[in-house]
Design a protein. Structure first.
Length: 151
């Protein structure tokens, strides 16, 4: 088994992927700090800013930055995938913001909206964005278009 700094690591461990994941978390922490500053400055949309930041940075960061190999951000296929995912993501954000306005006593509380955003971000990341990225990713001529086409 491979070791790193004297500790055994998993066979499929990818240090570059772990570092990209750490960078996404730093962006989330920075966005949280800016959201708190915005809230204390009396911003009228402080809850929506926090929700929109978390609901956007987490799934896009995980799917299009962390899960892709190094040097993929400059590739045209990745940007096509990002643009293809935007309409659905905008509808998701509109639903979250609508629920804030419809149920202000319920959905504007962090204890309620954070799990809702986490589940929504996971569904977007795993089922939607990864599928879109797989569709746009270039592949060899012998490779099938969809993973379900293999039998």
């Amino acid at each position: 088994m491979t070791t790193l700094f004297g500790q055994r690591i998993e066979p499929d461990f990818d240090l570059a992927k772990e570092q990209r994941g750490d960078r996404v978390w730093w962006v989330i922490y920075g966005g949280l700090a800016l959201s708190i500053v915005y809230d204390f400055s009396g911003g009228p949309f402080s809850t929506e800013v926090l929700q929109g930041m978390f609901a956007t940075v987490f799934p896009y960061g995980i799917s299009f930055y962390v899960n892709q190999k190094n040097n993929q951000l400059g590739r045209l296929w990745l940007w096509k995938a990002v643009l293809a995912s935007l309409p659905v993501h905008i509808l998701y954000l509109m639903g979250v913001f609508w629920s804030d306005k419809e149920f202000p006593e319920f959905m504007t509380k962090v204890v309620v909206f954070l799990p809702v955003l986490a589940v929504g971000a996971a569904i977007e990341s795993i089922f939607l964005f990864d599928g879109i990225a797989y569709y746009f990713k270039p592949r060899a001529a012998s490779q099938p278009v969809a993973p379900l086409a293999q039998k």
